[in-house]
Ligand binder design. Structure first.
Ligand code: ZN
Length: 264
């Protein structure tokens, strides 16, 4: 009788252990971060679908041949046959959300968009990296802004803007207050003008790359502005104190074409 009792206890603890391990595994899969990890649509995946997407992600990040960021060297830049880039930004309501070691600003209305040749990509969200991810002639900037856009097929186009130390930036003051507030994880802003973050000189570079965080998906249109915008030393230091370094190292260009572009 006593032996049976011990067997039952043993089997029960074994079951609990297995259930605990399985739910641990599930939560680590679900916690995978990405450029596009917040969405207003609810999507649920089966365990098999999650396994396949995890394998594709590891494959792209480690073995992809068109990864981002890259080094831009003037001698490799093509001056003709670039795609036509247009920006159509409007003031729009946004929501600021903290996610582990990053924070993002998401569009709530999806009214702003850009076009690459005739393909339209709606503005989705923006976030920052420190130091810059892309380099021009071996030089990093203090930070880099990524404005992420998505078309109807789920393909992405990202605008990258370098940030150097200089004048205090008025446009990000409220967002920086939110970052510093440890009691706040989410905040809505009725109106934010994305054009405040776009440099005056509308010139830069275009190439085809990838998301710079898992799933490192390729086929992303990159538009990298040449002229940086400015944040004050205090604003840059504050970001560094909260998030630390968040840049992915330079990836091989592998003979990809980099075009000089004018952005309209
Ligand atoms: Zn990014």
């Amino acid at each position: 009788m006593k032996l049976n009792y011990y067997i039952v206890i043993f089997l029960l603890s074994l079951c609990l252990g297995v259930v605990g391990y399985l739910s641990y595994q599930k939560s680590t899969i679900e916690q995978s971060p990405g450029e596009n990890d917040y969405t207003f649509k609810e999507v649920s995946y089966t365990d098999e679908e999650k396994k396949i997407s995890k394998e594709l992600e590891v494959h792209a990040c480690e073995k992809g041949t068109m990864q981002s960021p890259i080094q831009i060297e003037y001698k490799n830049v093509l001056l003709e046959d670039a795609p036509k880039i247009n920006i159509h930004y409007e003031k729009e309501p946004v929501v600021l959300i903290k996610q582990r070691n990053q924070f993002k600003v998401y569009s709530k209305s999806n009214t702003s968009f850009i076009s690459v040749d005739n393909e339209q990509y709606k503005f989705h969200s923006f976030h920052f990296h420190l130091p810059s991810e892309h380099q021009i002639e071996n030089q990093n900037y203090d930070m880099e802004l990524h404005l992420v856009h998505e078309n109807e097929k789920g393909d992405h186009a990202v605008i990258a803007v370098f940030i150097k130390s200089g004048e205090e930036n008025e446009a990000i003051k409220e967002i920086w207050k939110f970052i510093q507030d440890e009691n706040m994880n989410e905040k809505e802003m009725d109106s934010f003008n994305l054009l405040q973050l776009i440099p005056e000189v509308r010139e830069g570079y275009y190439y085809s790359g990838s998301l710079t965080t898992p799933p490192c998906k390729e086929g992303v249109d990159w538009i990298v502005f040449e002229e940086p915008i400015e944040f004050s030393i205090e604003q840059i230091t504050m970001f560094r104190d909260v998030f630390g370094h968040t840049n992915r190292p330079i990836q091989p260009t592998n003979d990809r074409k980099i075009f000089k572009i004018t952005i309209n």
